[in-house]
Write a protein that binds this ligand. Structure first.
Ligand code: ADP
Ligand code: MG
Length: 238
């Protein structure tokens, strides 16, 4: 587990600045949701934390290390995307264990991590199936399972539920909340869905045009929005 600290983090593509010196302190074990309209810089921010995007300015700390120049594999984070790709020719068991296998972990260690992840995500009866034999929700649970087998310090989620129908989305929210309660891992979760943000977050970070408008608990931002943008976005009463 680890805290994540963004200090004056900037992202620019050439002359185009898309993230403007944002400051954000995420506590060890906290569930933080970045929310805001499409194009406001949520994914870019998350991808900088993951190490998938170069940081143009500022300092990023994970745990007690400055990780600006550290490659993704050395950051001990796991990321779950919207368009999760499972290996279609592999069973659920093989999908879950694959990242540990390429990391050359011992067979016994892989088996233990897979059993544990399957149990946490209720995938045990499905271990010998292939992705084609699973429902959308089950596939999403396998994608999360692949993220947890590596025991990351930090989970990053980028709109993981946006491809699912409304009913499944509600179910998966509960699953994700349970996962957090069970593992206690720090989570940074991106969504454009206010309801999802309000139900999942310990704290919400509301972004607009590459800047943070407000940070607070769901109740704080709902009851005391700092401006009309936040109030409208969150749906606070006037
Ligand atoms: P969000 O996830 O909040 O929808 P993004 O972080 O994906 O937003 O994008 C933030 C802004 O950065 C958008 O205006 C987008 O067009 C721009 N952007 C993202 N990737 C690139 C890129 N490779 N080159 C130039 N602009 C980009
Ligand atoms: Mg995005």
């Amino acid at each position: 587990m680890a805290q994540v600290q963004l200090q004056g983090i900037v992202k620019a593509y050439g002359a185009l600045q898309v993230v403007h010196a944002i400051d954000l302190d995420i506590a060890d074990g906290e569930f933080v949701v970045l929310v805001g309209p499409s194009g406001c810089g949520k994914s870019t921010t998350l991808r900088m934390i993951a190490g998938l995007e170069d940081i143009s300015g500022g300092m990023l700390r994970i745990g007690d290390r400055v990780v600006n120049d550290l490659p993704p594999r050395d950051r001990n984070i796991s990321m779950v995307f919207q368009n999760y790709a499972l290996y279609p020719h592999m069973t659920v068991r093989e999908n879950l264990g694959f990242s540990l296998k390429i990391a050359k972990r011992a067979e016994a260690e892989i088996a233990k991590a897979v059993t544990e992840a399957a149990e946490i995500l209720s995938l045990t009866p499905l271990l010998e199936r292939k992705p084609g034999q699973l429902s959308g929700g089950q596939r999403q649970r396998v994608a999360m399972g692949r993220a947890i087998v590596r025991h990351p310090d930090v989970f990053l989620f980028d709109e993981p539920l946006s491809n699912l129908d409304a009913k499944l989305r509600t179910q998966m929210r509960v699953e994700i909340k349970k996962l957090h309660q069970r593992l206690g891992t720090t989570i940074v979760y991106v969504t454009h869905d206010q309801v999802e943000a309000m139900t999942l977050a310990d704290r919400i970070v509301i972004m607009r045009d590459g800047r943070i408008e407000q940070i607070g608990t769901p109740l704080e931002v709902f009851e005391t929005p700092v401006n009309t943008f936040v109030a409208t976005f969150i749906g606070s009463p006037p």
